[in-house]
Design a protein around this ligand. Structure first.
Ligand code: ADP
Ligand code: ADP
Ligand code: ZN
Length: 216
């Protein structure tokens, strides 16, 4: 299984990806999470990426492609992976195709999670993330048992700098202009499936599993 999970920021990619990765033992490749982790560890990559991230801008294709290229070459990504948040531009999608081709590999499914614009802002503003393990919560839709504390690992929950309304607006704009065209890029290959993201966590998950069954 080589899956790509797409959709606007706040669509539920991270939440669904966490479940899928556990259930199917997939290697999770989330460029956003990789950048945030590099920033937490004060690595040069993280410091450079944060310059863009905190404004809600995209990190350059050059940096992002290189990070993914290295990750795909690691042994745990050879058979099964789930990409979340990459590619985000047509140029990244072309770069990914070239990388996979050179590895004699290709994507088996592209799942596009579709959500209403109004829901996105509410989801992002209420999102909280565990500092320690990266697990995602929502103050209303998926509250932790103890406020501010991760159920899973006891880590502290924080609000991402790019989940402030100012950055959110910019990210949605960028999504419309740069990322949405990728849907056209993949449609026509017979591996793209749209899933209604305006349902409960469980229903969205079920629909993703069904969609995967249809393309494999
Ligand atoms: P993405 O990775 O696409 O940006 P997330 O998985 O981080 O999205 O979800 C964004 C926010 O919305 C999180 O706070 C998450 O808990 C919440 N969320 C995700 N899916 C749903 C859903 N189906 N119903 C309600 N809230 C959701
Ligand atoms: P979300 O799912 O909420 O959009 P991500 O965690 O996927 O958030 O990404 C957070 C930020 O990291 C993006 O707004 C962008 O600045 C940067 N980023 C992540 N993936 C990419 C990518 N493929 N290309 C460029 N920038 C990226
Ligand atoms: Zn945690």
């Amino acid at each position: 299984m080589k899956i790509l999970l797409m959709g606007p920021p706040g669509a539920g990619k991270g939440s669904q990806s966490a479940k899928l990765v556990k259930e199917y033992q997939l290697t999770s490749i989330s460029t956003g999470e990789m950048f945030r982790e590099a920033a937490r560890n004060n690595e040069p990559l993280g410091i450079e990426a944060m310059k863009y991230i905190h404004r809600g801008d995209l990190v350059s294709d050059e940096i992002t492609n290189e990070v993914v290229r290295k990750r795909l070459l690691e042994s745990d990504a050879e058979r099964c992976f789930l990409l979340d948040g990459y590619p985000r531009t047509v140029s990244q999608a072309q770069a990914l195709d070239a990388m996979l081709l050179s590895m004699d590999s290709k994507l088996t499914a592209v799942i596009n999670i579709v959500v209403d614009k109004e829901a996105i802002l509410e989801r992002m503003v209420g999102r909280r993330v565990c500092k320690k393990c990266g697990l995602t919560y929502h103050v209303s839709f998926k509250p932790p048992k103890k406020p501010g504390i991760c159920d899973d690992c006891g880590g502290e929950l924080y609000q991402r700098v790019d989940d402030q309304p100012e950055s959110v607006r910019n990210r949605l704009n960028i999504y419309e202009r740069k990322t949405k065209p990728i849907v056209d890029y993949y449609s026509g290959r017979g591996i793209l499936k749209n899933v209604d993201g305006m349902q409960s966590f469980e229903e969205v998950y079920k629909d993703i599993i069904n969609a995967l069954g249809e393309v494999q």
